[in-house]
Design a binder for this molecule. Sequence first.
Ligand SMILES: [Zn+2]
Length: 448
Amino acid sequence: MHGIENKFVYQAIELVYRNVIFIRMKRFQLCFLLVFLSVNQLVAQAKTDNYTLLKPDRVFDGERMHTGWWVLVKGNRIEAAGEPPGSISAPASAKIIELKGMTLMPGMIEGHSHLFLHPYNETSWNDQVLTESRAERTARAVVHAKETLMAGFTTVRDLGTEGAGYDDVGLKKAIIKGIVPGPRMLVATRAIVATGSYGPRSEVAETVLPQGAEETDGIDGISRTVRSQIGHGADVVKIYVDYRWGLNDVAAPTFTEEELKTAVQVAKSSGRMVAVHSGTEEGMRRAIAAGVTTIEHGDGGTPELFRMMKEKGIALCPTIAATEAISTYHGWKKGIGPEPAGVKKKHYIFSEALKAGVTICMGGDVGVFTHGDNSREMVLMVEYGMEPIDVLRSATSVNAALFGLTDLGNIKVGYLADLVAVYGNPVEDIGNVKQVEIVIKDGIICKK
Ligand SMILES: [Zn+2]
């Protein structure tokens, strides 16, 4: 009997060992730990590193800044946060991470990214869609995902692959499986445009070109397309409600109000949010009437439209960084040359939205500019008139609430341990959000 019992015990021990090794391997794959520990060390660590105590100078919890707070992580969740010793009682086995001179905050949430695009001053959007292979685009997206995570962005809302089909779903799955490092992804898949309204285009009528998004029309058509994209994995439905349509190259509304209302009804009835690209006053008016979740760019905004957005709880994702980047690609020298019309417009709509009290989603349209430089948008939001503390909220708790992420974007007991430590105090200097020292995703240290 003893022999058999022992055999079971040995089998159980072996199983535990295997699992520990598997878990550690996963961590290794996920975050490229530089040191691979021996089996004995692994077992010892698995027992003790369950708790991690983080000791920064201050904590931004998603709402407020707290001087002298510490944060205790157990596994992949936040176990405690507050002022020591009262609110923190860490077991003696807890791994301690000293973060002198740093602010600990929730992992940041990018509201508008395109992991499958790279800056247009490297390759134009048209050429990316028409000449880069899907393999190249995926290879680039893998690199971009890692750069995003290392910059402290542990979640992204990726608003369209721009011609790369449903490959965002595949990338999201690969990250979840631990094959490549990257942020949590909310994906839009192909995005939706009205027939003939998007690009790339050719003036030769017979030319059939691959499109940067999926074309559809009519009540039946748009509901079928929304459902199909959800079926392929869309967490968010992205619709272009206006675009530079036809030869005159002037932005004009694309879908009718009825089409948009149907799309929103179908998407929301399945629990998905709706993000709309809009650059015209009428496009925005229709999107607001349809009850979308966020309006991207919003360059057609007026005080009246922003008042309506506030009333209906629709957020603005201003993408200031993309506007400035594109102006720069067209030759603008910031601080030297006069501000181009697009930049002036962005100043106007952003201050009007702030005045109206519209919820601001932090999202820069990164991909138009360099991945990993996501916080450029946050610096610009302050430059364009938003309080630094509000910008921090926007990139954490506000985006989490907008995107239905109920256990992210805050440092609260029970929330997922997605955390970032940055040097300095970003409320005093928003540029400090670029000084990322440590990134923790799902309780795992990804950068140190
Ligand atoms: Zn975009």
